[in-house]
Design a protein around this ligand. Sequence first.
Ligand SMILES: [Fe+2]
Length: 502
Amino acid sequence: MQRRTLLRGSAALITAPALLRHALAADAPRFALGIASGQPRADGMVLWTMLTGAGLPERTTVHWEVAQDEAFKRIVARGDETAEIAWSHSVHAEPAGLEPGRWYWYRFSALGQQSMVGRTRTAPATDAPASLNFVITSCQRWDVGHYAAWNHVAAEQLDVVMFVGDYIYEYASGAKSIRPVEGGLVRTLAEYRARYATHKSDPALQAAHAAAPWLMVWDDHEVGNDYANLQGQELEPDFKAQRAAAYRAYWEHMPFPKATRPVDADMRIVHRLDWGRLARIHLVDDRQYRDVQVCPKPGRGGSNTVSLKSCPEFTDARRTLLGADQERWLADGWDASRPWNLLVQQTLMARFSWTDPANGGGTYWTDGWDGYPAARNRLLAPIAERKLPGVVVLGGDVHSNYVADLKADYDNAAAPVIATEFCGTSITSLSLPQPRIDAARAFNPHIRYGRGDQRGYMRFSLDAKQLQMQVRVVDNALDPASGITTAARFVVDPLKPGAVAT
Ligand SMILES: [Fe+2]
């Protein structure tokens, strides 16, 4: 609304300063937040951009082009989209009829300007042999680090970037921030939009978006810390309106299809795609449909860390993290015909107790899967019963690198491993001191690797015979030009769940 008011003001009042504003606006960069692509299919993908700068018309046409070559000599698809002020002049173009399993380049033009060029690709045909190179990462809090990791993601030669949540943080910046965000705690649509604009102004993040299509899910900070369904951490009375504003700003800024445009406080991000004959990829939403966390601090919503002994509600079998519909959708959608099923979700799934479970059942953080153990078992049970091969759970949220065995019974060291978990660390967001994680690992022997002092991403290379994963860690997340090294390597055999260090 701010832009609309500005435009009306300048049109109605033809004064010298107003004319000057128009002249300056004509030179304003119109693609300052970059471009992106997402949700690749065998015949297309979503192409995203957003017009920026003062003096934009209420509605304007944005042209897009898709080519088989970087020089745009062989353009194979083109079209027009209307960018309108009501949706922040965002563009969500959806080319179709492209060839499966190949690379494309895309760009936008509007108001006499052209965007940067992006590289994207289609998924392989569902019956074609395939390989898949991808990263998972999450949690890019702006004011605690720089985005060097994104420069390295952009250089990794990936098919897909998987981002599992906390694209923005809603917090105000503290006194020790290395690059403070503007404004206070984010609550309104204008504030969410401004926060996305801050994050998306970063050239390294823009380069990572331009390098490959993204598959994305959100976590809590795209709305507010530790929210659950329609309950905010502070039990805010107007939380539904806040969630509606947050989801709207998320859709405006991300490469999601038009069909997912939010309606009031609802937006469907749940998604599934097949990557040739190699893998079925399931993306789920653990925020929008969940039951609220058990045993919160008095007078509040949100998370807590409590002992099982003090909180019998933990084990209530009715409680759900994904919601009943999504639980069924996932259970019905596992694919026994492909070597791999990748479950892309928000947080650590393996049990992680902060005390010895032999002494009173353990102590758990209520916001993650540990707060919903019956739901976790409902998710894992059909994988074990159907002996589904190659189930790999990918997550983030905890700002640490964890590699874990997923089991139905963590108290029995001999219980079979049902699936493999890789929970990747943050781009910048900070974790707990490493000694605390090291101490807790004694109570969690199924955690094969646990590092809270690493920023970066996990890099995967997948074929029908093997998954290979590298823990990629930036040297210094406070340095925008930081280098990167590989801190550990693991492999997984699709017929034998559980990661093996190499
Ligand atoms: Fe986070």
